[in-house]
Design a protein around this ligand. Structure first.
Ligand code: CTP
Length: 407
């Protein structure tokens, strides 16, 4: 899985730096091209000579190479990397990453990296449990970085507790697993709906809802990172996509969203419906602004039912297509979700509950359960929407692999 992959290995100033040599050897042996960036403090623990001999590339540490004056471009490295691994990551480096303190080559490269970043902290147990560190690590998680949790054991200080960098073999396995999963959607076409819909009352007013689009955008990014070409049909939201393999179609109303989905559905392998579609729209949209002064009475808004996009596509679905819906429930959660799965002819339904504080609309986290058509239920803990997106795609793709195997 790692053959030909471009890995930036960041090494910082901790005793565990010696373990990075084993990680480097494993990566090179697996056929990866590894560019080591070491912080100035890292060089106190391990010599660049060892690292360049093993990686077959000059080790980068400074913004300029001293003897030639050559500028080391962090932007180029950020674009070159298929993955970035910072192991060991000290408390200081983690704090700089969390807060964008770009005073060395490793941090500038981190800030320029478009690839997945893996962080393997290593430090003394009290530093590890300090609120400053836990807060910074939480920030990195919220940026979508993957934290490789340190193990508990005897530390360099001879104290015993959590802070030992994960073993190189395990970090290597995590990377292998990442690249294995990320090849799963190569060549596939994924359709995602996201955000709210706005249903016009007059030229300046609409019926809408609080959906931020974050969950749908996270799914679109994750699917594109796994090799899919993604069509994202988005209601009005304030976020932007980053992956060039995502084609965004901006719509406003449910009718426009349905029309855009219809046009692409035939060519879709997987459709994931995260949009919070308004169930009703005003029966008529006034051509000019409805004025208060001109009316004596209190206006009554007549509503008509909007099309059900998921159910419409579900009725068109072929056997080789997979459809996923979302259900936001306040009561009878499982029964309501399963009913929607059947009614809309979906293959999976992702249930998020409004009862869970700090999740759903507008937040960065979500807590979901996924139900499949064949009666399986998977429950997940509260996590960033990017990680929820990965869980959803893991389930769909592993089930597809299993059903292909059994055919
Ligand atoms: N959905 C859709 N079009 C609609 C309504 C919902 O495509 N007009 C999709 C949503 O994107 C989601 C799923 O259907 O994937 C369930 O949405 P939800 O709002 O929970 O269900 P409703 O069918 O609107 O049912 P209710 O409001 O009664 O809970």
């Amino acid at each position: 899985m790692l053959k030909g992959k471009h890995i930036v290995l960041g090494i910082t100033g901790g005793i565990a730096a010696y373990k990075s040599v084993s990680l480097l050897r494993l990566l090179v042996k697996a056929g990866a091209e590894v560019q080591v960036i070491i912080t100035p403090n890292g060089k106190e623990f391990i010599t660049p000579v060892t690292l360049s001999a093993l990686s077959g590339r000059p080790v980068i540490s400074e913004f300029f190479t001293a003897n030639t004056g050559q500028w080391n471009s962090h932007v180029d490295l950020g674009l070159w990397a298929d993955a970035m691994v910072i192991a060991p990551a000290t408390a200081s480096t983690i704090a700089k990453m969390a807060n964008g303190v770009a005073d060395n080559m490793l941090i500038t490269s981190y800030l320029s990296a478009r690839s997945q970043v893996f962080v393997a902290p290593a430090m003394d147990l009290d530093m590890m449990s300090h609120p400053s560190t836990t807060c910074n690590i939480d920030k990195l998680r919220s940026y979508g970085n993957i934290i490789i949790e340190p193990a508990a054991g005897e530390l360099a200080s001879h104290l015993v507790g959590k802070g030992r960098m994960e073993e190189p073999e395990n970090i290597f396995k995590i990377l292998e697993d990442y690249f294995r999963r990320h090849a799963t959607l190569t060549g596939k076409k994924v359709l995602v709906t996201a955000g709210p819909t706005y249903e016009k009352i007059d030229p300046v007013r609409f019926i809408g809802n609080y959906s931020s689009g974050k969950m749908g955008y996270a799914i679109a990014e994750e699917a594109a990172a796994r090799g899919a070409h993604v069509t994202l049909v988005s209601g009005p939201v304030a976020i932007k996509t980053t992956n060039p393999d995502i084609e965004v179609i901006n719509v406003e109303s449910a009718k426009e969203m349905l029309e855009a989905c219809r046009q692409h559905f035939d060519d879709t392998d997987i459709a994931i419906m995260t949009a919070a579609v308004a169930d009703y729209a005003p029966a008529e949209c006034a051509e000019v602004k409805i004025k208060r002064e001109k009316r004596e009475d209190t206006p009554v808004l007549k509503l008509v039912k909007n099309p059900d996009i998921a159910a419409t596509l579900g009725a068109m679905k072929r056997n080789d297509q997979t459809m996923v819906g979302f259900a936001l429930e306040t009561d009878n959660e499982q029964a309501n979700a399963e009913d929607k799965l059947q009614r809309k002819n979906l293959d999976y339904i992702v249930l998020n509950s409004l009862r869970e504080p700090g999740t759903c609309f507008g937040t960065d986290n979500n807590k979901v359960s996924i139900f499949s058509r064949d009666g399986h239920r998977s429950d997940f803990g509260i996590k960033p929407k990017s990680a929820v997106a990965a869980d959803i795609l893991d389930i769909i793709t592993s089930d597809n692999i299993q059903s292909l195997k059994s055919e």
